[in-house]
Design a protein around this ligand. Sequence first.
Ligand code: CAA
Length: 258
Amino acid sequence: MAFENITVETRGRVGLIALNRPKAMNALCAALISELGQALNTFEADDGIGAIVLTGSEKAFAAGADIKEMKDRDYMDVYMSNFITNGWEQVTVCRKPIIAAVAGFALGGGCEVAMMCDFILAADNAKFGQPEITIGTIPGAGGTQRLTRAVGKSKAMEMCLTGRLMDAAEAERSGLVSRIVPVAELVDEAVKVADKIAGLSRPVVMLCKEAVNVAFETPLSQGIRFERRLFHSTFSTQDQKEGMAAFTEKRPAVFKNA
Ligand code: CAA
């Protein structure tokens, strides 16, 4: 499929999507979001793909929603079209793991899309922020909620109220990103991590992702009960039998995704 605002490739078992609007710092226009949704759906449906990497360029993961495209829209228009919903939320419904590989600016909707992914690997030049307040609006793709859950109230509140950006070191310190990688190695490292995940049992990986995500939605006792039931259910898979047998027999496991 030909895309104009993203590039899409497969690297073995990994689907790699790169946001690609270099002249606009990868601003997330409607066409880009639609293409991103299509690419994610295609990888989700592809049995050959076990994990996805979402990246941008070395300069920008994405500098937010497209300000030029939205600046003249009015309330009824954005409300009735459910702006920042269709397409955007595709990232959150994908059942295969998505790693955000963030270099450069991840601002506004860019930071929000990165936070919708399952985890963020940051390049050493990454900068995160929710600067919407400086252009007279507020985060609209989950920034006030996901950033607060990731870094706590004080940092999230300061960033959302002032637009202050966070560099990679602060983002790692605050728990927003899993770790920092030199910018030149970012995509290869993200693909390596995604390939490691793609080589594990697909159904068990999906159960694991579901269990971690439930931590954000439920009280602890319910979350633990949910985890316990999913843990029990892994014992119905051939892959659990294979994984534990392989450990006992001191050989690599060969998972069948069954
Ligand atoms: N929308 C549209 N165009 C954008 C853009 C955006 N979010 N961000 C950058 N661009 C465009 C610029 O207008 C510029 O285009 P022209 O060459 O045609 O003028 C081009 O990208 C390069 O940008 P700069 O010249 O500004 O580059 P810089 O290196 O000086 O600064 C930057 C980079 C700090 C990222 C700066 O571009 C910037 O502050 N961008 C806007 C960030 C922002 O406010 N994001 C929030 C958007 S609202 C939102 O996302 C709502 C939501 O929650 C979903």
